[in-house]
Design a protein. Structure first.
Lengths: 361, 361
DNA sequence: TCTTGCAATGTAAACGTTTACAATAAATTG
DNA sequence: CAATTTATTGTAAACGTTTACATTGCAAGA
């Protein structure tokens, strides 16, 4: 395969000139440029970006580390990252952690060995020192879907605590007081933990006793949601509503609930989290907490590029979580006896905004 | 940042030895190895895969070119590719074409400049000479979701023609004879074209007149499906069933049909194509043609790795398309007057297997 | 003890760019 | 037209590995 020196020889110029034709065409006289381009064609010259990367210590490549591209939320975000990066002529290497910290660790290592110029990471856990290392070395990276709100980190995420609170409050306001939650394993994702925290805080604020029987923890998939809701429905005093820590679970819950003979939403109100595209297409359309995945991915990329240019000032871009009310939630007990001795109380005013997201030490 | 020579110096060995410690640890005596490893730690040595790639002309990276990662089918496939590649310690660079041939062209170029070791491509069009070039140069690549069945190409795909035929036949068998189709633009994807071809052939085989008013062409999204079905429903003699060239469209059709006041499946039978995960979770669960996206991605990766090892023998892995009958299809006119003067005839026996997929010239 | 052979290590070139600096050519100025 | 400035091109080192080949060290066999 021909190289820059072959081209140079053929065109009767130096390699430097050829390089210039490639990188800053206007710094070379038109006549020479044409000569060189002709030579390139004759040689069937193929640029070697690897050699360039080696010489310049830049790969024009960024890494995207997410739990699983098969989850629509992450796929949407990936699309956002991609689209932004493509506009800057940068490629993205995708890495899936499958929600395992060790994978995250080894992935980051490999990507850095590949000399990616920056990293966008959806952490599975903040326990390890991957981030700390990156930080110490001043390597540009941004956390996507992170809950961390402080520290010298660049972050784009939503307020998961608040989302959990809002979702629950919506159900309470409709009159529910047996509200279950189906959550991802807390060990797997602190996002889920914060959502649960919001849920719990809200219950407390409205003086609804927390019943740990109404919490199911699983992994993030429709199948899991379907199984989990059946478990929840089996307890002695089953919930009239469930809050799911993502839409995938919620979709599964719909299926499971119907298989158990429940009508939706009359017999079971369901709230999700994410607002993936299908959620608005399903019947009944899913009430959920919106997380604009595409935009978040895009924004993360934007932040990363800023960071790569001037490594100084990290930015936090935290979205206010927002409740999208659709058809999957309604007042409880329609067509059934209503447990009317319950009336929700005013919440303590601080609860909603008292988000104690974890801080990276 | 420290390099192999720093380490070598510190450990009192040659760079060759350090390199050996990295690449074939057992070819060096244990004592030396330990010395080297200790030196690496002290230097905080970081391996430079870019330099390696430069030296060896291998990047341990493959490229995956798909229309859009936000489409669940491609996301699943990407996951399959990823998972397989990860097992081989290879990373994947993701590229989205947004269904545009020019993008595909430039993407392939960029990825080759980056010296990916191989390519998995879901073509948008077989018109251009991207593939021909790759082929001529003996560059390893496999086509994913391709319809091409001949030529020295490695391919994994399903028989789209047959899928279209089966879907349509299912509807005919249920008694439908006003069967619409919502397809992706043929210019955008030959997959859609072949599915339509199967649809048309099936109609002919059962002596049902083809009505081009019942064909709607759009891009691939739920929104488009929703809009398209409304258009179809508006014609003078509207369809009692529609075949959608993918599940995303079908999901949109469900929404659109219901918004038009139709009951599903009584007033409109719907068949999709792909069998994405949500399709079995939706109500009514979607009848569709199965395309095992994850496995296909995995298989494509497997084929690619074979090809990268011994560039000789391309393989075709064409799946037999399979109809998954669920709840979104039923006999027409339930609760309405039945147009009973129609009885389907036996089809000509050749039609189903006469797949004339296009051949790359 | 001397060979012989193998295992472990070293030497140095090669990979294809970029880029600081030097050299030359062209354009401008007085 | 000479002097100066500016635009264009050339020279050569540097980037961090790998690897073919050469060398050395060591153990075993005679």
């Amino acid at each position: 395969m021909s190289t820059i020196v072959d081209v140079a020889k053929l065109a009767g110029v130096s390699t430097a000139t050829v390089s210039r034709v490639i990188n800053s065409p206007h710094s070379v006289r038109e006549r020479t440029r044409e000569k060189v381009i002709r030579a390139m064609k004759i040689c069937n010259y193929k640029y070697n970006a690897l050699a360039r990367g080696f010489a310049t210590k830049q790969s024009n490549t960024i890494g995207l580390v997410i739990p699983a591209i098969s989850n629509p939320v992450f796929a949407e975000s990936a699309q956002g990252v991609q689209d932004y990066a493509a506009g800057r002529k940068v490629q993205v290497i995708l890495g899936n952690t499958h929600y395992q910290y060790e994978q995250e660790e080894s992935l980051v290592k490999t990507l850095r060995e590949k000399r990616v110029d920056g990293l966008i990471i959806t952490t599975t856990s903040l326990k390890g020192d991957v981030l700390k290392d990156l930080l110490e070395e001043g390597f540009p990276f941004v956390l996507l879907y992170s809950t961390v709100k402080s520290g010298p980190l660049s972050v784009v995420g939503v307020d998961n605590y608040r989302g959990g609170y809002l979702a629950t409050e919506h159900l309470v306001a409709l009159g529910h007081h047996r509200i279950g939650m189906i959550a991802g394993n807390f060990s797997i994702s602190d996002r889920s933990y914060h959502r649960w925290h919001g849920y719990r805080r809200c219950l407390r604020a409205y003086n609804i006793p927390y019943d740990k029987e109404l919490l199911a923890q699983t992994d993030y998939s429709m199948d899991s949601g379907r199984d989990a809701v059946k478990r929840l429905l089996g307890v002695k005093n089953p919930p009239t509503a469930v809050f799911c820590s993502n839409d995938l679970l919620a979709l599964g819950v719909m299926k499971g609930a119907r298989e158990s003979g429940l009508r939706l939403p009359q017999d079971l109100s369901i709230v999700g989290f994410d607002d993936i595209q299908t959620s608005s297409y399903v019947i009944p359309a899913l009430t959920t907490i919106r997380q604009p995945a595409y935009e978040m991915g895009r924004k993360a990329a934007e932040l990363l590029f800023q960071l790569m240019e001037s490594p100084a000032k990290p930015v936090q871009w935290m979205l206010r979580s927002e409740l999208i009310t659709r058809e999957s939630t309604t007042a409880p007990g329609i067509g059934k006896k209503l447990n009317s001795d319950f009336a929700p109380q005013k919440p303590s005013s601080v609860a909603l905004n008292n988000n104690d997201g974890e801080i990276l030490s």
